[in-house]
Design a protein around this ligand. Structure first.
Ligand SMILES: Nc1ncnc2c1ncn2[C@@H]1O[C@H](COP(=O)(O)OP(=O)(O)OP(=O)(O)O)[C@@H](O)[C@H]1O
Ligand SMILES: [Mg+2]
Length: 312
């Protein structure tokens, strides 16, 4: 992580309970400016609760949080001016047209008429909503609603954007459209806080991922670091000569080999260092390799081993 970048979002020991139920058991989060942070977790993990605290919608019981350097508890107004939020249950008005919804947001942000219109047209275009602009969101597909919801959040040109499960319930095409809009936002310099139940989504978009389970962060790191945390990674070799299979398996402490297929599997964390070592041994021993593939566990494996929950 680039430690010289200021933090756009910081949470220290956040706690929250409802009655006797502890929903957040003390979580710490640090998101540098201009990066994508993904909070990953199963149903009921506390994702929306975290977003609601960070976006000033509900107070935490303990701990503190800062967005853009401002305290969510003591400087809520300043925080609200910095952020854009799209809800898990898209808050688009069903009666106004898509364009009118954007204009409404422009007024709420005091943009002025001309700037409001300019920005609304730009966003309708960018989110492929031109056809939808004259219709009420009640007639939209789920994907169109979600895109309008994101476009509405962008009317205020927020520096920090909170997306709570932005693609839940979307088909693969809708999901990809949302992903590419998120990438656009990052390119424009925004900081993104994204919650999701989809590992693939976190893997695609996030610089860092934290796994939330039962109100606690059970792991945090880059997608690659998380994948390396659990066993199951290996390098698979296909040799050129059958008579080298057995010896290779021995030298490399293989976890498996198949003389007919000419294959040898070697446990590995998938890092460049371990790959280099392996190649050195192959060179030194004069072992000819036709094909080499690296298998790192995917995030599904990680999630399962960390939370004991299968994912969507
Ligand atoms: N207002 C509330 N009153 C009582 N309990 C609540 C309230 N809001 C949330 N909870 C409880 O807090 C826990 C975490 O909820 P939260 O909505 O943050 O989870 P989540 O990770 O967003 O789940 P999902 O993936 O289903 O959206 C759940 O057990 C939920 O029932
Ligand atoms: Mg939620």
């Amino acid at each position: 992580m680039n430690t010289t970048k200021p933090l756009a979002i910081e949470a220290r020991n956040l706690t929250k309970s409802y009655g006797d139920t502890a929903v957040l058991g003390g979580i710490d989060i640090a998101v540098p400016e201009g990066t994508v942070f993904s909070l990953l977790g199963p149903n009921g993990a506390g994702k929306t609760t975290t977003v609601n605290i960070l976006t000033t919608l509900i107070p935490a019981d303990g701990g503190d949080a800062f967005v853009g350097g401002r305290s969510v508890a003591r400087e809520a107004d300043a925080v609200r001016r910095t952020i854009g939020v799209t809800g898990q249950f898209a808050a688009v008005d069903g009666l106004l047209t898509g364009r009118e919804n954007l204009h409404l947001m422009g007024r709420l942000h005091h943009l002025g008429k001309r700037e409001t219109r300019r920005r609304a047209e730009e966003l309708l275009e960018r989110f492929d909503l031109m056809d939808a602009a004259k219709r009420a969101p009640a007639t939209y597909s789920g994907g169109m609603r979600r895109r309008l919801d994101i476009a509405m959040c962008l009317m205020g040109e927020p520096k920090v954007i909170f997306l709570d499960e932005p693609t839940t319930g979307l088909d693969p095409a809708g999901r990809r459209t949302v992903w590419s809009s998120i990438r656009e936002l990052v390119k424009a310099g925004a900081t993104i806080f994204l919650t999701t139940q989809y590992l693939e989504e976190a893997d695609e978009l996030a610089d860092r991922i934290a796994v939330l389970d039962g109100g606690r962060l059970v792991a945090e790191g880059t997608p690659e670091q998380l994948k390396r945390m659990i066993p199951g990674g290996h390098i698979s070799l296909r040799l050129h000569r059958a008579d080298q299979v057995e010896r290779t398996a021995q030298i490399l402490n293989a976890s498996g080999s198949d003389a007919d297929q000419l294959t040898v599997q070697v446990p590995s964390d998938g890092s460049v260092t371990s790959l280099r070592k392996l190649l050195d041994v192959l060179d030194r021993e004069g072992i000819e390799v036709d094909e080499l593939t690296i298998h790192t566990p995917d995030l599904d494996d990680v999630f399962l081993s960390l939370t004991g929950n299968a994912t969507a």
